[in-house]
Write a protein that binds this ligand. Sequence first.
Ligand code: SAM
Ligand code: SF4
Length: 499
Amino acid sequence: MRAVKRYRVVTFGCQMNAHDSERIKGMLEEIGLGEAPSPDAADVVVFNTCTIREKPDTKLAAYLGDAGARKRENPDMVIAVGGCFAEAQRERIFSLYPQVDVAFGPGTIAHLAEWLGAGGFGAARGAWGTGDERAFAATLPMHRERGFQAWVQISMGCNSVCSYCIVPAVRGREASRRPGEVLAEVARLAGEGVREVTLLGQNVNSYGRDLGTDFAQLLRAVDAIDGVERVRFTSPHPKDFRRPVIEAMAECAAVCEHAHLPLQSGSTRVLKAMRRTYSRERYLKLVDEMRAAVPDLALTTDLIVGFPGETEDDFRETLSAVEEVGFDSAFTFVYSPRAGTEAVAMAEQVPDDVKRDRIERLVEVVQRVAAERNALRVGRIEEVLVEGASRTDATLLRGRTRRNTTVNFTGTAGAGDLVDVCIERATSTTLAGIQAEAARRLRIPTSAGTTGSQKLKTRYVKTARTAAASGTPVQESANGSSASTAPAPPSGSVRRVSA
Ligand code: SAM
Ligand code: SF4
């Protein structure tokens, strides 16, 4: 009898890829493979790749080098490469990396089992995965890391034409998933104990245009599903962030007070060359509208330095935009030329040393602003969804606020619990505190009037909904529907990403 084969999936890149990897793992388990603790111990290694910048390509080359060496010792080992890099290198992937057995693009995961054969035996060598028609992977088995959080894909592809970006070339035109399918998946997840869902798409705010619906309607429908306590979404494009979505964010109890709103550059001139189709002024006006509607809103962003033609003055406009908006955190990228994009052929490519200098200066400002904003949370009580033990201190718990800030805290809760935490300290990336019940037991005073208002709002609205369904009248609690009027504050991580 053949032994059970073991797989390892190595994921690069964005949340969309991480979600695709959950499907890949689910499929591999369904065809009889078990998960290996590391790529070294695996019979089947799947690299789910990203090609947004050069760095992931370089990292993949190193991983494939190691995997190739192991395959020379164990020729039965199967190496599969999926995702955006595979799609971008479709014509030459097997000549670039002869050790690769199977390659496939994003959106064709459904066929993985056919390519690998039953139990992972009999993979066709040097084969581009067939089944080129893109499809939502919704009906595929899934291996989720956490029982109480889930990603839900609402669209695939992208119709924007950002001049630096390879995504439209590798993920194709935008296609929305039918609302009924999305809602059925969320309801099923809620039934399985999921409390937080994150709706995923390259541009969630253009969702539904191909189906005669829109993102605001979807957001409201997801919010109405019982059991879902938190709804997040990523990423919206500022050009499509319209009033109905802002209103849905303000009115839907489960929709979290956080938006990841990629700015890319603070210079209108550079934004134009990037083909982002909004100006600095329009972005700032949007921020004002969002904060007026959702007073405790956290804003995070993506920023690129060193785009072709970016002058020192343009760059300073990015620095001043970070200050003016007061981002809670930002992913900061060094512009990376990608073959096949419009920007790669632009004159005035910025020298590497200038890019390096700018990213360092940008990270400094982003960190300072994030630290200032996080400091505003000290003394407040935040609702935290517990994710497990702290990564740095096993005696502490770790979780996230509704505003998506990581909190390390002393407490007794279990993973998946929603608890109140008194915030005592802050850095540019995390908050620290003590579970409110423990604080009360120890009689530690906490600032009055700075409670987790959104949680109360959630509880009130959810209770009202349940009561309405059962015909029971509900009394609004004294502070039940009040949103905090504190200045939009801080959270989040500052991640520096280089080319
Ligand atoms: N669709 C999302 C959006 O528009 O916000 C995310 C796209 S991409 C996966 C995430 C981020 O990568 C972008 O927002 C951009 O800041 C960055 N990025 C994309 N192409 C890049 C490039 N060629 N060089 C550096 N950063 C890039
Ligand atoms: Fe790329 Fe722009 Fe589409 Fe985002 S919106 S995936 S940056 S083309």
